[in-house]
Structure formats: C-alpha cells, structure tokens
Design a protein around this ligand. Structure first.
Ligand SMILES: NC(=O)c1ccc[n+]([C@@H]2O[C@H](COP(=O)([O-])OP(=O)(O)OC[C@H]3O[C@@H](n4cnc5c(N)ncnc54)[C@H](O)[C@@H]3O)[C@@H](O)[C@H]2O)c1
Length: 459
C-alpha cells in the first residue's frame, strides 16, 4: 500500500490524514505546531470536528506525526500540502506557508531517488502552482517537475462539521495536473480513498485553480440571491420566502440547494474565496462585479436584521442571540453572521445575552464584555424579552417541541424559520421570521398606487 504524507494538520489536514489512514494507507503527518504533533502521536484529534476523535483512535497505528519533512518525504510517495493560505489585504491569498512547506519538501526531494508526487491542497489563486510553488520545488530539489517528481493541485470541497463525510464522498474530484503521470497517480489514489466513486475532473493547473474558487463564488452568489428575494418578501403583504423558493428550486436550471433565504453566509472559506476572485479579476484589468455585489450585499445582512428587530422591540428589552458560530455544530466564529448580529445589537445599545452550544469561548474573544454570556439555553431564554434564532442549531428546536417554553409575550425573531410551525399565528408569541412579511404588513403605498393607476389606465 502507498505511503502518504500530509503537511499541515489543521481543520482540513488532520481530517484528510485520518481519512486516508482509515483506508489502510500509512500516513505521516507533518506540522510545525508541537501541540498538534503530540495529539496526533497519542491518537487524539488536534482540532474539533465531528467524527475525527473516533477516526483518530481507530487509525492510530496507521498515522504518525513528526516535524521532520525529510523523513516524511523519504518514507512516502505522495505529499499533500494543507497549510494555511491566509487572505491578504485586497483579497489575495498569501503563499507564505505554502512556500515554507514547498522549500522543505524540495530539500527532502533532493535526497530521494524515486518518483514522488507533490499535491497542493491549500486553496490558491490561478498561477500560484506554476509560478510560485513548482519553481521553488525545482530550485530546492535540483530536479525537474514531470521527470523525477510530479505535481498536482488537489483542492477539497469540504464544509466544517462534515469534513470527513465530504472528503470521503465528494460530489466530484478536481485535479489540476502538471502532466498526465501526476494526474494519473492522484486519480488512482482518490479512487482508493473515496467511498462514492465520484466523477474526476482532470484539468490543467490554471483551470483547476480557477474552478476551485469559482465553485465557492457561485454558491455564495446563489445564497445571496435567495437572501435578496427573502428581503423582498418581507416588504410585500403575505410575502413568504419558503413559498417562493419551493417553486424556484423545482426549476432544473436552479435547483433547491443553497436557496434558503436567511442570514448571510460566513465562515473561513466562502467570504474570502469570493473576495479572492474579485481580487484576481482586478489583477487582470477587469472587475468581477457579480462577486463584489455578492460580498457587499452579504455584509448588510446583520444590519438589516438588527434594524428590523430594533423597530419592533420595546425600549430597554433584552435580546437573546441564540447561536454565534458561522453555522451549527462548529465552534468557528470567523465571519459569522450570528456573531455580527450580536455585535451590532450590542453596539446599538440593546442589552444582549448570548448562547451557543460550542462557540462561547471563541465568541468571547471577539465580543468581550459588550454582551452577557449565558451558561445554557435555558438561562439565555429566561433572561431575555426577545429571542433571535441566529443559527439553525438543532438544540434550538427544543423551543418548539415543548422541551423548553417560550414565555407568553416573549418575542421570537427566527432567522432560519425553525419554529415557524409552532409560533406563527400563535396569539401568545409575537413571532417574526426572516423572509416572511410581518403580520399586518401593508403593500407599500406607492406600489399600491402604481397598480391602481395602471388599472385606471387600462380601464
Ligand atoms: N477549513 C476548511 O473548511 C477548508 C476548506 C477547503 C479548503 N481549505 C484550505 O485548506 C488550507 C488549510 O486550511 P485549514 O482550515 O486546515 O487551516 P488550519 O489553520 O486549520 O491548519 C493549518 C495547519 O498547518 C500548520 N502549518 C502552518 N505552516 C506550516 C508549515 N510550514 N509546515 C507544516 N505545517 C504548517 C498549522 O500549524 C496548522 O496545524 C487553506 O488553504 C484553506 O483555504 C480549508
């Protein structure tokens, strides 16, 4: 069985290493963080991700951690680079860590006398492989790419919270290949690892690099489109985003996924990939106006909801923000709309109490003393006059299934329409949902005038 090394054992790399090991490969993990290495060595998960701890425990004998690139490269035939590519001012991705890793891998390749495949998994912009990473590997190894070693760009389309399932069951595998041989080695590797026989798309390096960020830019555009329609629904009497998207999603050109109409997108990938595409466009003398508009609109989401809440809230009322992470079942708060919402409420002077099942500590680092932190969902609900469901965490379904009571008169703002079935049209609970017109919403007067005027004209 092929031996594999994975450089960078963070949120993606640790899961990849464990998944690859679970398929019987011997995996050597390399990281610069000693705490991460200690965890790997003792068979523990270095990051929080559902299923990872169990997989690490199961694959303990197939997975080792070290900080020695040479040994890792010499003892394996494929090396994946999964180090951070942080966003830079202006939207591009820094290759700083990728280059550090490539330099070390190149030096190790110099000592090797058999073929080795280097796979760059970190998200990069078009041209990074051909003009940044491969020349460095060649320089440090003294070898030619395509002869003594091969190179692929092999990005992953995973979501935090389902990294293991997504890695093992991808919609498709995207491979940017330097040459046929490199692509073939990587394709046959993925065929052993993936559980769902996914289609494999093998492209040149530039096109694969562009395809990777295009996927996320497209998805964010679709999410934002639904959010825009949801905002329109709120302005029209009887407007209901769920009704509209249930029809829209039936059109095979559109499809139902990512068409929710709720709070905007967030997290460590979507916002930055979108901005990176816009950055790329500017570098080649054009404007990716669609990507820019998506980002601009997305950044208004928290403010719009705060405005709506503030217009309905009695003065001095305390608001509970339920959910702080950028999506359920993760502790990550990077670019989280829920966190932005809490931040905006607090800075608008609204007394705010917050609760999240996993993200309290991370949220505390950002929100500091501007809000109150509840120890439990119960406490958060008890101490507030109004509740905002900011993430669709399944724990909050307790508010709708009788496990936890909403007090009579307590307002509910439901950004994900989780409790619609329970509270809509409930006389005891003033219920407002994102994407649904408020009860009693009137047709804007000028629009009513416009239609009646045209009726007169028609008559
Ligand atoms: N996390 C995601 O959801 C996701 C999804 C798709 C793509 N990606 C991409 O994958 C890459 C990694 O992301 P992540 O979320 O796993 O990052 P992360 O910050 O969670 O982990 C990166 C790891 O790399 C290690 N590292 C840094 N420099 C190193 C070096 N020179 N040598 C060895 N190890 C080094 C760090 O110690 C850390 O353990 C990024 O380019 C990211 O854009 C991430």
């Amino acid at each position: 069985m092929m031996q594999v090394s994975v450089v960078g054992l963070g949120k993606l790399g640790a899961c990849m290493a464990a998944c690859i090991a679970s398929k019987g490969f011997s995996v050597i993990g390399v990281d610069v963080n000693p705490v991460t290495l200690r965890r790997i060595q003792s068979g523990e998960a270095p990051v929080v991700e559902p299923g990872l701890a169990e997989l690490m425990a199961k694959t303990k004998d197939h997975l080792t951690g070290m900080d020695d690139y040479s040994q890792a490269v010499l003892q394996s035939s494929v090396t994946f680079i999964v180090v951070p590519t942080p966003s830079e001012e202006g939207g591009g991705f820094s290759l700083r860590y990728v280059k550090q890793a490539a330099r070390e891998i190149g030096r190790a390749l110099r000592k090797k006398n058999s073929y080795h495949l280097v796979v760059l998994t970190s998200t990069v912009l078009p041209g990074s492989s051909a003009y940044g990473v491969i020349p460095l590997l060649e320089q440090e190894s003294g070898k030619r790419c395509g002869e003594e070693f091969g190179f692929c760009y092999g990005p992953e389309f995973i979501a935090l919270g389902s990294v293991i399932r997504d890695f093992l069951n991808p919609d498709f595998v995207l491979i940017g290949q330097f040459d046929q041989r490199s692509g073939e080695v990587l394709e046959s590797f993925y065929r052993c690892v993936c559980e769902n026989k996914p289609p494999v798309s093998r492209l040149g390096l530039i096109n694969a690099e562009l395809a990777k960020i295009s996927v996320n830019t497209y998805v964010t555009m679709k999410i934002t489109f639904a959010n825009m329609i949801a905002a329109l629904c709120e302005q029209l009497p009887g407007g209901d985003i769920d009704a509209v998207t249930s029809a829209l999603g039936l059109d095979s050109r559109i499809g139902p996924r990512y068409l929710k109409g709720a709070l905007g997108y967030g997290g460590p990938c979507f916002p930055r990939d979108n901005l990176a595409l816009a950055f790329l466009a500017r570098q080649v003398g054009m404007r990716a106006t669609l990507a820019e508009a998506t980002d601009t609109y997305n950044r208004t989401m928290a403010d719009s909801l705060v405005k709506r809440i503030a217009s309905l809230l009695p003065a001095g009322a305390t608001v509970a923000v339920l959910g702080l992470s950028y999506k359920p079942e993760t502790c990550v708060v990077e670019e989280s709309q829920a966190l932005y919402l809490a931040q905006r409420l607090a800075s608008a002077g609204v007394p705010t109490i917050v609760y999240d099942p996993l993200a309290m500590e991370n949220a505390r680092q950002v929100l500091g003393r501007t809000v109150k932190y509840a120890d439990s969902l119960e406490q958060c609900v008890r101490e507030a006059n109004a509740l905002v469901l900011a993430t669709p965490d399944k724990e909050f379904a307790r508010l709708g299934n009788g496990a936890l009571q909403v007090r009579s008169g307590q307002m509910v703002f439901d950004a994900w329409r989780m409790l619609r079935g329970q509270y809509e049209n409930n006389a005891d609970t003033p219920y407002f949902a994102l994407g649904i017109a408020s009860p009693g919403q009137n047709m804007p007067q000028h629009l009513e005038d416009l239609w009646s005027e045209s009726l007169q004209r028609a008559v």
